[in-house]
Design a protein around this ligand. Sequence first.
Ligand code: BMA
Length: 333
Amino acid sequence: MKKTPLFLKRCAENPILSAKDIPYEATLIFNAGVAKYQGKYVMAFRNDSGSGERKWRDFYEGRSSDAPRLKTSIGIAMSDDGIRWTPGPKPAFVLEDEEILRAYDPRLSVIDGRLAMCFAVDTRHGLRGGIARTEDLEKFEILSLSTPDNRNMVLFPERKDGKYLRLERPFPVYGRGGGEQFDIWFSDSPDLRYWGNSQLVLGAEHVPFANAKIGPAAPPVKTPHGWLTTFHAVQIVEEEIDAWHPDWHKRYTAGLMLLDLENPSRVIAMGRVPLIVPEMPYERHGFRGDVIFPGGMILEDSGEVKIYYGAADTVECLATADVADLLAFCEPV
Ligand code: BMA
């Protein structure tokens, strides 16, 4: 397994948010989106609650016949420094009706001073990608839900020629010959509701450290050299990974690429090796071990980049790097 490059520093406080910090029922706190909004850091995090490690292991190892219960919500936490977080008193966003099973994996973007949240939705008829707007982090107006199967949507923080821009990851099960060869795509929209002009950005086969699907991770950050953006990359491995979830054989690393400012669907440079590899105990062991899943990236005025990522589908973590090191890590393609 490759190693995380030395210029990437994990936060000493990791995990920066986990179930014990949440004032309501919580078990797995992970895959958060983070943005700077109205002078504060805002985090929207996923909470899969209901059953802890013992229940999962008892069920899967045959000691109990009670299937673990799982309830998913999106919670909000606020911070002054991006490291210490105060969660709100109750879940902020829950989608559930006869058709919709749950909403999860939020990503936040501030566009034209307004906060937007992308999220994944499991429905009885497939996986959909949603976009909502909120002013107060309490009321959310849902602007669009894609057709199945698509998710991992992230919005660029600014419009181009008046159009909103997003990266996304459809699931072309038939068209890619079966298996999990899923790629990163780009679309634009006049209003965040209607999306089109779709273009392929990066095929899974072009990532040397993935043998299965890839997907957008945190919303892109603008630099003078291009849009810097993370993605997740899945390597299916032979060995079983330590997880409460049985038969887990997928290792998720974070990759990094640079998109053209003029044509943001074009990759101009990419890290040939992963940017974050699961190495720490909180990344290797949990509900699904060996999962790094970034959802937030903030470029500070100092040049420091904060990268927020879910670890082992169990906790939320932070790593930082200098923007110059991140740019140098991406090799022209
Ligand atoms: C993906 C999504 C993510 C999750 C990841 C690793 O398919 O379900 O929410 O973090 O798998 O389990």
